[in-house]
Write a protein of this length. Structure first.
Length: 262
């Protein structure tokens, strides 16, 4: 009878498929367990996990891996406004606390950012740049806010302006802070969304400030969507709620991102 050390090693692609099956069945597998199961070295196990992670099939965690958390399809903004509402409002309050009178801030699209916009009506001296029609509607009558709305092609499900015209306008402005939502955020895969035409607009938004703050409730954390927007190094702060996976939060902090849990 062979011991674990005597087990026949499978060829790389075949082994990676078996490792993926093992991770999906157990939901969490350590590097030590992979080495024992397949008779391979720790270095080989790490390379296999890296290959699977790059293909979006798993998510690496400290000491092992878990199945990839694919972000589910997101309903239109008007349908999801009341989803996780308490968490979104707590996140919005934490974000508002980072804004000072006299600043220029950019507010992106999304229901959590819209909750932040509602809190800014009390400011007396603030410039808000946005590509979100709901944000424009929310702040249009606020006397203490100078509102800069960016035009472009209206994405009807999100009620946001995207495309070349929006990106050209973004190249003309600068903000002290950028506040954006995101469909999915993962330490390895970074920021991802589900709508390819919006990706270039999102990237242009990230360039207009030296401080990028992502607002995302726990349902977006540790997940991956279709289109990659930017690596995790492109952001400075994530504001989420206490339901975010702790391993994800710790890994993000190790990557140099400030995490605020509201």
């Amino acid at each position: 009878m062979k011991t674990s050390a005597q087990k026949t090693a499978f060829p790389g692609p075949d082994r990676q498929g078996l490792i993926l099956d093992l991770i999906n069945r157990r939901q969490r597998v350590s590097i030590v367990e992979i080495c024992e199961a397949f008779g391979i070295s720790e270095a080989t196990a790490r390379r296999d996990l890296e290959a699977l992670d790059q293909r979006g099939l798993i998510c690496k965690v400290r000491g092992g891996a878990i199945p990839a958390r694919r972000a589910p399809a997101e309903p239109p903004i008007l349908q999801r406004s009341n989803q996780h509402l308490d968490e979104k409002q707590r996140i919005a309050r934490a974000a508002a606390a980072l804004i000072q009178e006299g600043e220029t801030v950019f507010l992106g699209s999304g229901s959590t950012v819209l909750e932040l916009a509602r809190l800014l009506r009390s400011f007396n001296n603030l410039t808000v740049i946005t590509n979100s029609l709901p944000v424009i509607n929310e702040l249009a009558s606020s006397g203490g806010i100078t509102l800069v709305g960016l035009g472009g092609v209206l994405r009807s499900s999100e009620l946001s302006f995207i495309g070349h015209i929006t990106e050209q306008a973004l190249s003309e402005v600068r903000a002290d802070k950028v506040f954006i939502g995101i469909h999915a955020i993962d330490v390895g895969e970074g920021l991802t969304n589900a709508y390819l035409p919006e990706t270039l607009t999102d990237r242009a938004i990230l360039k207009i400030s030296r401080e990028v703050i992502v607002l995302a409730d726990h349902s977006k954390c540790g997940r991956v969507s279709t289109a990659r927007v930017a690596p995790i190094s492109a952001i400075h702060t994530l504001i989420t709620d206490t339901g975010a996976p702790q391993e994800f939060v710790e890994a993000l902090r190790e990557a140099g991102v400030r995490v605020i849990q509201a």
